[in-house]
Design a protein around this ligand. Structure first.
Ligand code: 3PY
Ligand code: MG
Length: 265
């Protein structure tokens, strides 16, 4: 049985590394809701990617696998934000990328990149019984190669110490994108959740420019078009909104303002 990375029967969507290398801005969202339906809705809405948030969301691993199926069926690229210990399992379930919080050093970035890539590039453990390999149907050397080519690693930097090393972390082989977490960065810099504070914005600007200068894709939260324009001017190309904030805002508007004439049921 032969498949290519673009064959829709192959569970792994391997488009992301090329998307991250392209100049095209990518728009997606963090989603902490444990729901394949929300994944489908985000795909139909037109987002490029969804970050299944297993740092702050409540999905267990079984639900995560169902959400990965929903993403594959609807064509949205699924990234899983997870801690290091979950990384081997979410990759075997078929995640297109992992986005790891709080990467603090070049050494940590190298260790994570090694966990994501099979030998000879890294040290990822191999099994073809997994969903990613079609439960053996698409296993073998082809799967190893397609995984090494098609799975992305997005490192999150969320402290001033990490942002100061943005260029070095971005330059690590196997790092495809570096995402600045503005909320944690603002907290770590003593500004609570106010990431509009001038020193935090200066750190974000320097960090995004350093990542771009290292030839990797810079990412950041952008909650509105003005954010996106500002961060775009500083080099960002991977923009994440937050599904729960969008839904909560829409519900609040509906509750206070009544009906929307354009809404379809
Ligand atoms: C942060 O802003 O700290 C993030 O992790 C983005 O969700
Ligand atoms: Mg964070």
């Amino acid at each position: 049985m032969t498949v290519t990375i673009t064959d829709s029967r192959y569970p792994l969507d391997g488009r992301l590394p090329d998307m991250l290398r392209s100049a095209r801005p990518l728009r997606g969202l963090f989603n902490g809701l444990p729901s394949p339906a929300v994944v489908e809705m985000c795909a139909y809405a037109g987002f490029d990617f969804i970050i299944l948030d297993n740092e702050h969301g409540s999905a267990d691993l079984g639900m995560t696998e169902h959400m990965l199926r929903a993403a594959r069926a609807t064509g949205i690229v699924p990234i899983v934000r997870c801690f290091e210990h979950d990384l081997p399992r979410v990759l075997d379930m078929g995640a297109s990328a992992v986005q790891v919080p709080m990467v603090e050093s070049v050494e940590q970035a190298r260790r994570l990149a090694d966990m994501i890539h099979y030998p000879p590039l890294g040290r990822r453990g191999s099994a073809f019984s997994t969903r990613a390999a079609g439960y053996g149907a698409f296993g073998g050397a082809g799967h190893t190669q397609r995984s090494n080519d098609g799975i992305a690693f997005i490192a999150m930097i969320e402290t001033p110490e990490a942002v100061a090393q943005a260029a070095q972390i971005a330059a690590v082989e196997g790092v495809d994108a570096v995402f600045i977490g503005p909320n944690d960065l603002a907290h770590a810099m003593g500004h609570g959740s106010d990431w509009t504070a001038a020193p935090v914005q200066q750190a974000i600007e320097a960090g995004l420019k350093a990542i771009s200068g290292a030839g990797k894709c810079p990412g950041i939260i952008a909650l509105n078009p003005a954010d996106e324009d500002k961060y775009d001017a500083w080099g960002a190309r991977y923009f994440a909104n937050v599904s729960t904030s969008i839904i909560t805002r829409a519900l609040a508007q509906a509750a206070s303002a009544g009906r929307d004439a354009t809404l379809r049921y």
